[in-house]
Design a protein around this ligand. Structure first.
Ligand code: BG6
Length: 501
């Protein structure tokens, strides 16, 4: 059954404040820039969402000429078109300039100053610093930014910080202190690209825009919640980063925590950034702390060995580039969390995330309680629990499973699905990065994390990292292409439940 959007009112497209900007990307040649940031900037350019009077300066450690950097921009964008021929316009490439330098030695300050001072009427530009760099470089880069004279002109400035924000609670607090020496809180955009995904944003709309669900959204009607962030890719060329982060700091501390908060938070007083962020912080604070005994029973860490993905042989984690041969880093995590408040007492949140799993799948499954009585006599099968599924990847859709009577003389229950699929909407939707860049240019902080939220998320993760650090794992413990270690399946089976997939 399809739920059609009968009429889609004309919202006049995506409005962007057309203020000219100068974007300064640190790590402009890195993996993240190539895969996400540069393609997103190109798509916004094509959609005419970038002011013509906007420029991008990239700063990186590697020596490159301007021409070489523009070629890198071109190939990064082309890769996203997967073999289709595209003609990347020179007017886009000409927006880019490149300077190399080592931020630790504060190199390149003069070049950046000179670059900025050459703009006529500099005051009309907002300057956006974008740190697409690992957390350990943030301190030096901030020092470099602090030393920029930027022509001594008062202009609007902002900073975008990529996750993970710090490496634990203490470093996140220090990083925030350093940031606040230069920027005010409302100039800081801590990015978590999951918040820019359309279906993720829809969670709040769905919950608070439909009066039929909210009364059921609690421990009386919901049996449990499952959240999966599965990827079939490995760590690719990011070995050095991943060896420090692992799945806990790369996914659970940020993307997973945000998904838990959106599903479980109380209604905000309004949809303004701080009201939403206030409610999310309350959830992070309410996630139960766990004893070591609890963690031993209810948390699972895994690391992939070699195996097959889409019939192709792939290497195990320890054989990836820049990974130690006896690495103890987790590439898979699953666990049972609880949100200790009135609404959620006793409702388990089963979460799992990992690399080199069976397929790419990001979804949230809300499983409702089954009806209290079997009214239908001698049925051939049990009534299944209603499930509401927010699919975030590979498809963006929302589906609700309900039980119907199968046609015939017998009383056979039959589950059917009601689906709403974003791909059926005839409208342009922005990718997560495009949306977040637009919001940053406009100055809308709603989809970005706030300092207190970041610190509270770390407080949930720190004890888990500490606990796992003490264990001498026999890794690898799951083959590439599977659904993770067998203990992850047992985690739900112990509670007479199973993962939806
Ligand atoms: C990033 C992680 O934040 O999210 C990557 O650093 C991960 O390791 C990526 O691959 C997943 O994003 P998406 O949008 O493909 O689910």
């Amino acid at each position: 059954m399809d739920l059609d959007m009968k009429t889609l009112c004309d919202l006049g497209g995506i409005e962007v404040n057309t203020q000219p900007f100068i974007l300064i990307i640190f790590g402009g040649g890195g993996d993240l820039s190539q895969k996400k940031l540069l393609p997103a900037l190109y798509n916004l350019f094509k959609l005419d969402k970038l002011n013509n009077d906007s420029y991008i300066l990239s700063y990186g450690r590697k020596e490159r000429t301007q021409a070489e950097y523009r070629t890198l921009v071109k190939t990064s964008v082309e890769k996203t078109f997967k073999g289709k021929k595209v003609n990347i316009e020179n007017s886009f490439l000409e927006k880019f300039s490149y300077f190399n330098g080592d931020s630790e030695k504060l190199e390149g300050i003069d070049n950046i100053n000179k670059y900025i001072c050459k703009f006529k009427g500099i005051k009309k530009y907002q300057i956006i610093f974008y740190l697409a760099t690992p957390p350990n470089l943030a301190k030096n880069i901030l020092k470099l930014i602090q030393n920029l004279e930027l022509c001594d002109k008062p202009f609007k400035k902002k900073i975008v910080m990529e996750k993970p924000f710090g490496i634990d609670t203490v470093s996140a607090i220090n990083l925030n202190d350093n940031l606040h020496k230069i920027f005010k809180e409302d100039e800081i955009y801590r990015i978590d690209h999951y918040l820019g995904k359309e279906t993720v944003q829809n969670i709040l709309f769905f919950r608070f825009g439909n009066s039929i669900f909210e009364p059921l959204w609690n421990r009386s009607y919901i049996d449990h919640i499952q959240i999966t962030v599965a990827e079939d890719i490995g760590i690719g060329s990011r070995g050095s980063f991943y060896e420090k982060a692992g799945v806990l700091k790369d996914i659970i501390q940020n993307h997973m925590m945000q998904l838990i908060a959106l599903v479980s938070m109380e209604p905000p007083t309004n949809f303004e950034a701080d009201c939403i962020r206030d409610e999310k912080v309350k959830i992070f604070k309410n996630i139960s702390s766990m004893s070591e005994e609890y963690m031993a029973e209810n948390l699972v860490l895994g690391q992939y060995g070699h195996g097959k993905i889409k019939q192709e042989d792939v290497a195990g984690y320890r054989d990836e580039k820049n990974v130690s041969k006896d690495s103890n880093m987790g590439t898979f995590f699953s666990g049972k969390f609880h949100v200790d408040n009135w609404r959620w007492a006793g409702v388990p949140f089963y979460v799992r995330a990992g690399k080199r799993l069976n397929k790419k799948l990001t979804e949230i499954v809300i499983t409702f309680k089954t009806p209290p009585l079997k009214l239908f006599g001698n049925t051939c099968r049990d009534i299944l629990a209603n499930e509401l599924i927010f699919s975030i990847q590979p498809e963006e859709k929302i589906s609700l499973s309900i039980n119907m009577k199968y046609p015939g003389v017998e009383n056979y229950p039959h589950p059917v699905e009601m689906n709403f699929n974003y791909s059926k909407l005839d409208t342009i939707s922005l990718t997560a990065y495009e949306r977040l860049i637009v919001d940053c240019i406009k100055g809308d902080l709603t989809l970005f994390a706030r300092q207190d939220g970041i610190e509270e998320m770390w407080k949930v993760i720190d004890p888990i990292v500490k606990y796992f650090n003490k264990i001498n794992f026999k890794f690898p413990n799951y083959p590439a292409g599977s659904w993770g270690p067998v203990e992850s399946r047992h985690l739900l089976e112990k509670d007479n439940r199973k993962w939806r997939i």
